[in-house]
Design a binder for this molecule. Sequence first.
Ligand code: SAM
Length: 188
Amino acid sequence: MPKIANSLTQSHQYIERFVEPGDIVIDATAGNGNDTVFLAKLVGENGKVFAFDIQKVAIERTREKLLKIGLMDRVELINDGHENLDKYIQNSVKAVMFNLGYLPGGDHKIGTKAETTICAIEKAMELLVAGGLISIVVYHGGDSGFEEKNRVMEYLYNIDPKKYTVMKTEFINQPNCPPILVCIEKIG
Ligand code: SAM
């Protein structure tokens, strides 16, 4: 078993370092609900997860997973775009997870888009507490193409270093465009 984990696993490893029981967090792309379940476990019974997805099917898959393990009470599922997150959340949040691209097992033509992703990252950075973390797993190539990755990366490279630390982890010798992990920590 290699000790360098893939980007998705690494995003969980970083999020685990930041999130504590009782925290308020956001899953910006609920999809099949795996990250929402992961966050719901981390925040515990006194915490709260807001989970967004534009697709009803994703929201329902996520709801089903949460109900099965009895964690629905600490999650608010929102069938709307993450670019509107400020309409639903006024609290400060400890962490925000983005897992870009399309719904696995769903329509590959419905995926995240540069403009709305950047808008949501901007709003998430505003809501983030000092010492909080945003993780972004960026899929590219294949059905995801390169437009979103290129524009999101350009935005991320220009974030004010006095306010945020931005880290990118990229696998540089692997075929088929493995996903990139970006972490944004708000400086306290
Ligand atoms: N985190 C998910 C999981 O654990 O299964 C996987 C997410 S999947 C790669 C990306 C999801 O983003 C899709 O379900 C898609 O519908 C959703 N999405 C696309 N545009 C969105 C937007 N503007 N706001 C919220 N979700 C969006």
